[in-house]
Ligand binder design. Sequence first.
Ligand SMILES: Cc1cc2nc3c(=O)[nH]c(=O)nc-3n(C[C@H](O)[C@H](O)[C@H](O)COP(=O)(O)O)c2cc1C
Length: 400
Amino acid sequence: MNVVLGISGGIAAYKAPDLVRRLRERGADVQIVTTASAEEFVTSTALQAVSGRPIRSNLWDKEAEAAMSHIELARWADVVLIAPATAEVMARIVSGGAPDLLTTICLATEAPIALAPAMNHVMWSNQATQANRDVLEKRGIHILGPGIGSQACGETGAGRMLEPDAIAAAVFSLTGAQIDGLLKGRKVVITAGPTREAIDPVRYITNRSSGKMGYAIASAAAAQGADVVLISGPVNLAEPPGIEVIKVESAQQMYEATHNVIRDADIFIAAAAVADYRPASVVAQKIKKKDEAMRLELVRCPDILASVAALPTAPFTVGFAAETDKVIEYARGKLEKKKLDLIIANRVGDNCGFDRDDNTATALWQNGEQSFPTCSKSDLARELIELVAQHFYAVRSADT
Ligand SMILES: Cc1cc2nc3c(=O)[nH]c(=O)nc-3n(C[C@H](O)[C@H](O)[C@H](O)COP(=O)(O)O)c2cc1C
């Protein structure tokens, strides 16, 4: 897929090199077009290095125009993506003017256009910007985000540019382009998040899993071209674009959802923190406070991971072991007992593991292991998916 990536002059332009990498790892060719203001935020040297192409910026650059004119660039594009998109560039596109190379390409292209706005939350909520957004959407331009959160100006609100990985995924999803990655055409089923085991209509047993690791793994697998089915317990995370998400609550529901989709899966990654036990029975009415103490009888939940690994034609099966102590020892025990192909061990507890944006892990397999130092869950997910793909193909070629 040919992507013309327009970069305009917002602070989020510092994320542009990462966005280029995320697009290129999915198989896109990226031609960067910067506005004059963008050059204040990110150097053309960095952008040229990551995109592998000279940067275009000036409409009046005779040499560059002779090589590929603005019209040829507009035709070359399968999609024009502007990230970050400033309030100013949105206004210029709405006006239909073409004072610079980027807006000229926007006028001259028949390819879909997507904008990832990024600005201070007051700029974003300004009536003028909102009116511009409405016009752009009515014209069929895709508006990706923005996200809500802390901003470079020190305030919090709507206006953050979406993360590069989410933008790249959304662009591939909206164009329907096939991602040319390590897992192209492979079906990967992933579980994520906690489960909830009902006690009565208002109470349940659960755990501290946020689902962030499983969601990051799902995005990383999709970025490598996999057809991903994500079976998710209750979490507070946005659905990753281009991924089929099946929402469940209890371990039993997760078990059933998994077995409904696992038959033709190539790889199964169990990142969910599934409850081991659930109340023996769910009380129909809210339990009233009466006695000083009460007993809750628990029974075992189905073991989803072991049940998939034991299938006669089991997919390549990857487990997670979240432990507070003896992490490697317990993980290796689980790998052997459940006959898994691979297990990812990580420590959970104070300041590590659950509900954080970073993680540290060790991958273990029958004859080896590999440690991954602390990094963001999305970086770790990318490395883990590469490792999983490498082992998956090694097992496949040994079987044939
Ligand atoms: C330090 C600094 C940060 C800025 N950040 C943003 C921003 O995040 N979003 C935005 O819409 N404008 C931002 N602006 C304003 C734009 O740079 C300005 O509107 C410029 O004219 C945009 O030009 P362009 O759309 O052609 O790149 C910023 C300006 C400065 C000086």
